[in-house]
Design a protein around this ligand. Sequence first.
Ligand code: MTE
Length: 324
Amino acid sequence: MLIRWRHGWEIPESEATPERVALGRRSLLGSAAALGLGGSAVAARAAVSPTPAGVPTGFPGPMAAPVDPRFLPGRAFTPSKDVYTYNNYYEFGSQKNIWREAQRLPLHPWSITIDGLVEQKQTIGLEDLLKQVSLQERLYRHRCVEAWALTIPWTGLPLKRLLEIAKPLSSAKYIVFRTDENHRAMPGLREVWYPWPYVEGLTMFEASNDLAILAVGLYGQPLKPQNGGPIRLVVPWKYGFKSAKAIVQVTFAAKRPLTFWEEVDGREYGFWANVNPAVPHPRWSQARERLIGFDKVVPTQIYNGYGEWVAGMYKGIKGQQLFR
Ligand code: MTE
């Protein structure tokens, strides 16, 4: 039997907001308002209207970059004010409203240490890294394990590109991300029952997937501290906790890392954490998700709708909890 993966963006007409409307109204006016642009919203709208082929040209701003047209989200962007003010970032606390507190995190200068199973260990300044790569805009769905979702225009570099720069050895099987621990700026680090620092990881196969990016921008603007600035992982087929914020170290390893939330409670938050509506969290259903910024609940899609790009990576992996 021929099984055809439905494209993530092939959602029922009733749930889809045409990109034209999505780009032209809510999100743009939202981002313009958040940036205090007011009158320039109209100009901004013209800059992101879809091309005749239906592909949006991207959000204007210092991080403007060409849109990768392979991954259109098929629903309206979340108003930027919601993306900027509704966050999970436990280093700043366990509430959603940490955005004000997060402004205390200094984002410049920033460097990332690349070590472990690599040809040569290196510490690279973020500005140097960005000089070596081409940025793209990726329009992604973002699904938190807590059953809420956002739709976000990220600017970033393919994680694959970092692998080229890092030159891991063939013995490397995993990539491990360690995130910033700034005790002056991050009050959450005093909550000593959490296993700081926040660590996340992927298999090398996953890290090479076209969907995986390191984001440095959002809505055409540099990534704000509350969203993981200046640089964070984005792996949109997995629950949001895999997308580590404020990365300071990338280590290549032969052994699978114990990740932050796995260490907190491995029965609830595993290493793989692929989105699946059919596998409930032990304490709630994953069948549906609430779209933040819209008064709307929609069905969750397996692999968050990215199955055609990622399902093949998990064929043949047996006896593991891939969806938690
Ligand atoms: N990264 C760090 N360093 N600390 C965190 O607490 N929370 C994760 C992830 N990355 C988290 C993190 C969770 S649970 C989610 S859902 C997303 O970030 C939220 O990203 P957003 O606030 O930009 O939507």
